[in-house]
Write a protein that binds this ligand. Structure first.
Ligand code: BG6
Length: 473
């Protein structure tokens, strides 16, 4: 990799911090939703709120030079009036200072899904008022931390958040409403543009981008029907985030189709102008799997996600009526949560994104969720090592072909709370004993990754042949 390549790991506030009612933090929509429905929650999570120094020490010893994490909006802004919680502000000063003192570059996300509940109560992301509240929050944190932090991203995975909450209904606010899905999507992208504008107007010296849940699109063949389905799928999965944030243009063919059935009058001329004029300068791509697409063959829309691991294996299904269907290649390998293991998708996805957008790329999440016995003396997570090796190799292949990739973050730094999958789905390089004061224990992958970071990727082995069985965009 190039000099100064960023090698690190990633977390999100609600998933690792815990301390849900400490330090003046107010509830997020996740606290309320999970408590009310008696579901596994992140009250304690990985206890990063109390053990962040230990975590940052482990990062340093593990050879990392960066850490991607998010700020919890409910720790920073107390109420609808926008009052600031000084204790929350101080907490993140401490985390950032600890990173800098250890040679770890902070890479900060403003919103990784923990919306303050008081904003959910006025309509959440489907309401325009939340855009103004986000601008206020962003201005506070840019002013506080702007001189210490170079890398900022506005949102983590708007698509995943909005679809899970407003269409699939497995995340709060847990509804199925296409009109509100469109509204929330649009307002998030507008809030992204407004935060970018503000960052620049405040004369900040760093870089600002957005993080997207990237599903590179592949087709089962190259027929016209498949090509059309692939375009629809690309709009659904990727373009409405990437085209909007990077090019400042919401795909017009998608808007045209939505306009036939839904009310888009809430989108104002000034909004389009703001979006056009305030685009991001880099993009973070989270890669877990590609999306293999075939033409729509009939029936209602089905969006089914396996949140129960081995028990629910093979139950994932995505059909978007009149748009496309997703298929799972039976010859491929999958995790217990139905995520395909397909490193080639990362290589091709980077090439597609780089050819189309030409801006710097950071792989802001990549990793594998597994059941693991962490009570053993040494945790030998060979499967994770193989997975990471093959994905870093995929990035190196793209870099060799000219793609401008500048950083890589493994999801996740330590085991953490995996939203609706609870704590059993472990992603960390460091094990957390959730039953035992969240004690930390590095896994074999942690030591393996140390060598990768310290050699700047030279210890990665090229083990896979790539196939050409499917058509990419
Ligand atoms: C990404 C999110 O979608 O994937 C993370 O940014 C999330 O917050 C990660 O945890 C893995 O997904 P899951 O559902 O397995 O936790």
């Amino acid at each position: 990799m190039k000099e100064n390549f960023l090698w690190g790991t990633a977390t999100a506030s609600y998933q690792c911090e815990g301390g849900w009612n400490e330090g003046g933090r107010v509830p997020s929509l996740w606290d309320i939703f999970l408590h009310k429905n008696n579901l596994e929650n992140g009250n304690v999570a990985s206890d990063h709120y109390h053990q962040y120094k230990e975590d940052i020490r482990l990062m340093k010893e593990g050879g990392h030079n960066t850490y991607r994490f998010s700020l919890a909006w409910p720790r920073i802004i107390k109420n609808l009036q926008g009052e600031v919680n000084q204790e929350g502000i101080n907490f993140y000063h401490n985390v950032i200072d600890e990173c800098l003192a250890n040679g770890i570059e902070p890479f900060i996300t403003l919103f990784h899904w923990d919306l303050p509940q008081y904003l959910e109560e006025i309509g959440g992301w489907a309401s325009r008022e939340v855009v103004a509240a986000f601008e206020h929050y962003a201005a506070i944190v840019f002013k506080e931390y702007g001189d210490k932090v170079t890398y900022w991203t506005t949102f983590n995975e708007p698509r995943y958040y909005v679809f899970s909450g407003y269409k699939i209904g497995n995340y709060p606010p847990a509804i199925d409403d296409t009109q509100l899905t469109i509204q929330a999507s649009f307002y998030m992208m507008l809030a992204n543009a407004k935060a970018v504008k503000q960052y620049r107007e405040m004369g900040q010296n760093g870089k600002i981008g957005i993080v997207h849940s990237y599903s590179p699109i592949f087709g089962i063949d190259d027929s016209l029907e498949t090509k059309i389905a692939m375009r629809n799928a690309d709009n659904y999965f990727n373009n409405w985030i990437l085209d909007t944030a990077i090019l400042g243009e919401i795909p017009v063919d998608m808007l045209g189709r939505l306009h036939e059935k839904y009310d888009l009058s809430f989108m104002k001329t000034d909004d389009f102008k703001t979006i056009k004029e305030n685009t991001v300068e880099f993009v973070g791509l989270n890669y877990y799997a590609r999306a293999l697409i075939r033409p729509y063959s009939g029936g209602e829309t089905i969006l089914r996600i396996n949140n129960s691991g081995a028990e629910g294996r093979g139950t994932s299904k995505v059909v978007v009526k009149n748009w496309f269907e997703q298929v799972w290649d039976p010859t491929s390998e999958f995790t217990e949560w139905d995520t395909e293991i397909y490193p080639q998708g990362l290589y091709e996805g980077i090439m597609m994104a780089y050819r189309k957008y030409g801006i710097p790329i950071y792989i802001t999440e990549n990793g594998i969720g597994m059941y693991e016995d962490i009570t053993v003396e040494s945790i030998r997570d060979e499967k994770r090592i193989e997975f990471l090796n093959d994905h870093i190799d995929a990035i190196q292949r793209a870099v060799e072909e000219g793609a401008d990739v500048r950083g890589y973050y493994i999801w996740s730094t330590m085991d953490l709370y995996s939203w609706k999958n609870g704590h059993d789905k472990r992603y960390g390089l460091v094990a957390i004993d959730f039953e035992n004061d969240c004690k930390r224990k590095p896994k074999a992958s942690y030591y393996w990754y140390k060598q990768v970071c310290e050699s700047n990727g030279k210890t990665i082995e090229r083990k896979r042949e790539y196939d050409s069985n499917f058509v990419s965009l």
